[in-house]
Design a protein around this ligand. Structure first.
Ligand code: ADP
Length: 249
């Protein structure tokens, strides 16, 4: 579904990412891990087209998104639901209105809004809280409101940036259960985290970055099925050149 090919991104002199390559398949749930400053958020922002890389390709569903025209970006973003650490909930709006905000920037007709909002509030267990304001909610309920908002546009891909960062264990567990449920319903989930306890407890494939570089990468499932072919391809990179030399002689 998504492929990073040798992606680099600098901010002035700071090399945030260097030669990042990985692949995430449709329907997968993967972690991007690494210490603070490793480049995790930058990867998510690149997927969102909030940032453009200095070099490399980012291919989503066969399209190199770095080449999208600016006017196509809002439509592209409708494929993606984003869950931030600070949730970005509007304090003056009810739960229902906070979720509706996400629909307001799409071309979903207004008569469909109520049905869609009811559906996602049910999924996250907030049907009874729809008319409450954020200051009437618990931390876990605020976070579930944010997840409902991410889901209401029916995205294919969920990006979560340190979603357990500000949460106690019980609430973090509930969040992980919900993300797993969403994943089982067919959404691809990419979650940036440095919470090792979460990674250990809820085992998923891990893409590890350190100081902007790939630290380790477990292969995407389809690559596991044909390990020899892929390994040979990488190991024997020099061979075709040798062959050319022989032919020239
Ligand atoms: P992480 O999410 O893993 O903590 P980030 O992707 O936020 O890491 O940051 C990676 C590196 O890029 C850090 O050194 C950070 O200071 C730098 N960086 C990120 N965004 C900017 C920016 N807008 N301007 C300058 N430097 C940035």
């Amino acid at each position: 579904m998504i492929k990073f090919k040798n992606v680099s991104k600098s901010f002035g002199n700071i090399k945030a990412l260097e030669g990042i390559s990985f692949e995430v398949e449709k329907g997968e749930f993967v972690y991007i891990t690494g210490p603070s400053g490793a480049g995790k958020t930058t990867i998510l922002k690149l997927i969102l087209r909030e940032l453009q890389p200095n070099s490399g390709e980012i291919v989503l569903d066969g399209v190199d998104i770095t080449k999208l025209a600016d006017e196509q970006v809002p439509f592209y973003r409708q494929k993606i639901g984003v869950i931030f650490q600070d949730f970005k909930i509007l304090t003056e709006r009810t739960v229902r209105e906070n979720v509706e905000v996400a629909l307001a920037v799409t071309n979903v007709p207004q008569e469909e809004w109520a049905g869609r909002v009811n559906q996602v509030l049910k999924l996250v267990g907030l049907s009874e809280r729809a008319t409450l304001f954020p200051n009437q909610l618990s931390g876990g309920e605020i976070q579930r409101t944010a997840i409902a908002r991410a889901l209401v546009v029916n995205p294919k891909l969920i990006l979560a940036d340190e979603p357990t960062g500000n949460l106690d264990w019980e609430t973090a567990d509930a969040l992980m259960d919900l993300l797993e449920k969403i994943n089982k319903e067919g959404k691809t989930v990419i979650m940036a985290t440095h919470n090792e306890m979460v990674v250990e407890k809820y085992k998923k494939r891990v893409i590890k970055v350190k100081e902007g570089k790939m630290a380790s990468k477990e292969k995407a499932p389809h690559m596991e099925k044909e390990p020899k072919k892929e390994e040979n391809k990488e190991e024997n990179e020099e061979k075709p050149k040798l062959k050319v030399k022989v032919e020239e002689v």
